[in-house]
Ligand binder design. Structure first.
Ligand code: CU
Length: 235
């Protein structure tokens, strides 16, 4: 329970950053963790998703996002989180949204705080279907007709949930329901940043949808960024 108040306080600030995307504010004495998630070895060629329905809206075949590796072997869409961080995750200033555009979920990986509302948008004007595969939260299997522009859902329990559309078999995404605020999703180059991390030792965890999980202990110094690289490979 050491420095628990300051831990919570710092996490609260990090939360404001992550969820609201507000101007960075550095908590007194807090550090940060910056780094990259990289593919170890030779990355496989990207799979192609067959688009075989509603071509006038959905377009043509496209690369799968289940494993996106950049030129420097950076892995996109890995979820980096601070193990042991505690919530509750704050209510986001802006409601998280998962859009369906050209029969494609955007973003591919969405982190939302437990208990917050999430808008599932249908920008396409055709029938989609929201199908979630969860265990801690109730599963959802709902048609989203063309006139239903928004479905609002809530996920109360922390969990990593696969999302599909049963109308368009190639459409998939992930909703990561976070129990606290300290999450970062890696960008196109595999880079991530966790802000306002209390000084001390932390277990930093990485999850990727096809490569699984890795973790590393990281010692964070007050007022400074700590660099760390994670490597993931095919099992
Ligand atoms: Cu669909």
């Amino acid at each position: 329970m050491r420095h628990w108040t300051s831990v919570l306080c710092a996490l609260g600030l990090a939360a404001a950053l992550v969820w609201a995307g507000s101007t960075p504010v550095t908590a007194q004495g807090a550090g940060s963790i910056v780094g990259e998630v990289k593919f170890s070895g030779t990355p496989p060629a990207a799979k192609t998703l067959k688009v075989d329905k509603d071509p006038e809206v959905c377009g043509s075949d496209r690369p799968s996002e289940e494993l996106v590796v950049g030129a420097n072997k950076g892995i996109k869409n890995a979820v980096v989180s601070l193990g042991g961080a505690k919530g509750p995750a704050p209510t986001p200033a802006q409601k998280p949204a998962l859009d369906q555009k050209k029969c494609h979920f955007t973003p591919h990986v969405l982190v939302v705080p437990a208990g917050a509302e999430v808008d599932i948008l249908n920008s396409d004007g055709i029938l989609h279907n929201l199908h979630t595969f969860s265990t801690a939260n109730p599963s959802i299997n709902k048609a989203q007709p063309k006139f239903k522009k928004v479905l609002t859902e809530k996920f109360d329990k922390p969990e990593i949930i696969k999302v599909q559309c049963d109308v368009h078999g190639w459409m998939s995404a992930w909703i990561v329901v976070g129990e606290h605020a300290a999450y970062s999703v890696s960008d196109d180059g595999g880079a991530f940043k966790l802000d306002n991390v209390p000084p001390g030792k932390h277990k930093v965890e990485v999850w990727h949808e096809t490569l699984g999980k890795v973790s590393q202990e990281v010692e964070v110094k007050a007022g400074a960024p700590t660099k760390v690289t994670f490597e993931l490979s095919k099992k």
